[in-house]
Design a protein around this ligand. Structure first.
Ligand code: HH2
Length: 398
């Protein structure tokens, strides 16, 4: 069987391929992941499915040895937005262990467009193009821009440039979370972040600002100073964080990390990286919902570089499509990170622009909704091309 032409599928086109039991196991060359989960048809085929198929799901039954062909995949996708359900057993089983899990999954995949809603009720429709979250580290020790924006004047000048270059959101952080970084105390973090958020809010009244913090007390003060979103690399480890976001009605970005920045690179082995991260993010989103945060206020982030090996980061980017099946918009922060330096041979983080652009384009093509970046203008240009070419696919035969 030919490898399915998954790369020809629009990330926005989610298609469902329900395959007879065993077929995929007999076709190990089919790349995992496609975009969701495996469905093994029960004896009796489609008629025996224990749940109704959501609208828009196409079923390709492929009796015999033909399997799903690239042409069949194309044909199904051309018929409209769908959910992909296919892949090798080991990975897919993580995402759909039972019929009910698959039913939930398909319902989520049906939920379109992806929306991120702010406290004032306005919303981004994330299905058209990825949004750019520009990085502003007000720290002495961040891995690529530490010490550059510590004074309010320097921070404002950097923000000015980011917005002029097309940033949709500015992420202000007062604690480096690079591997090995020591934690900063709450007071010191607040002293760095809060005045900068207040100054940015005064200077850019309608701009979107986020605060990159693991501490609810810091987040609360940043929200009071004008922040619109909480970016929490610990996915709500501080028990007061999720209730705070719910009370304030602000969106949260929940990121996967193993342990603490100081020690996380000691724990980079996973039996099933993508499956385990999908599960952890799913449970983070569940905790957020339980705290009262609405679905359209949740962003999920696999946390590139946070307790992952270089190969793990690469795998996550390659298989990002699988995480789209969680049903929440995905945030990706690859910018200037060490795994890019390893691939390109560029050791100075500030010089990793080309690698960062390649990663941003790949992430966008695999469905990332928000990209956290240092180099806004260059990323915006690269994405303009990638998104235009992505859109052309399927409409003009490219
Ligand atoms: N990466 C960093 C910090 N915050 N937040 C999210 N959601 N996703 C990320 O990948 C992410 C993040 C690390 O990058 P940076 O802020 O540039 O460096 P440092 O932590 O050294 O300040």
């Amino acid at each position: 069987m030919t490898a399915l032409a998954w790369d020809l599928l629009e990330p926005a086109d989610v298609a469902a391929f329900l395959v007879p039991e065993g077929l995929i196991d007999r076709a190990p060359e089919v790349p995992w992941p496609c975009r969701a989960a495996r469905l093994e048809l029960p004896p009796g085929g489609m008629a025996a499915l224990p749940f109704p198929l959501p609208a828009g799901v196409v079923v390709l039954e492929t009796p015999g040895s033909g399997g799903i062909t690239a042409a069949g995949a194309q044909e199904a996708v051309a018929a409209g937005p769908r959910a992909v359900v296919a892949g090798p057993a080991a990975g897919l089983a993580q995402l759909a262990r039972a019929w009910s899990a698959l039913a939930t999954l398909l319902t989520r995949l049906d939920r379109a467009p992806l929306i991120l809603r702010f406290a004032d009720g306005s919303a981004w429709d994330l299905s058209d193009r990825p949004r750019l979250m520009a990085i502003l580290n007000v720290t002495p020790d961040s891995f690529s821009d530490g010490g550059l924006h510590e004074t309010p004047a320097a921070a404002l000048a950097h923000a000015e440039r980011c917005f002029a270059e097309g940033a949709d959101l500015l992420d202000v952080g007062g604690e480096s979370t690079r591997p090995g970084a020591a934690p900063v105390d709450e007071e010191a973090e607040s002293r760095r972040v809060v005045p900068v958020v207040a100054a940015l809010r005064a200077r850019f009244p309608s701009a979107r600002l986020s605060v990159d913090t693991r501490r609810a007390a810091v987040a609360r003060r940043a929200l009071e100073a004008g922040a619109d979103l909480i970016n929490d690399v610990s996915a709500g480890a501080d028990p007061a964080m999720l209730p705070l976001a719910a009370e304030a009605g602000v969106p949260v970005a929940l990121m996967h990390m193993r342990g603490e920045p100081a020690t996380m690179q000691r724990h980079t082995h996973y039996a099933d990286l993508v499956g385990e991260i999908a599960e952890a993010l799913e449970s983070a989103a569940g905790r957020a919902r339980e705290a009262g945060i609405a679905d359209d206020r949740i962003l999920l982030d696999p946390g590139l570089g946070f307790g992952k090996s270089a190969e793990g980061n690469e795998l996550l980017l390659r298989q990002l499509g699988a995480l789209r099946s969680l049903g929440s918009p995905l945030l990706i922060g690859a910018s200037r990170k060490a795994f890019l330096g390893r691939l390109t041979g560029v050791s100075d983080p500030a010089a990793r622009l080309a690698g960062s652009l390649a990663a941003a384009v790949v992430a966008a093509l695999r469905g990332a909704a928000v990209l956290r970046v240092h180099d806004v203008g260059a990323t915006r240009e690269a994405l303009a091309v990638a998104v235009a070419l992505r859109r052309a696919r399927g409409t003009d035969g490219c």
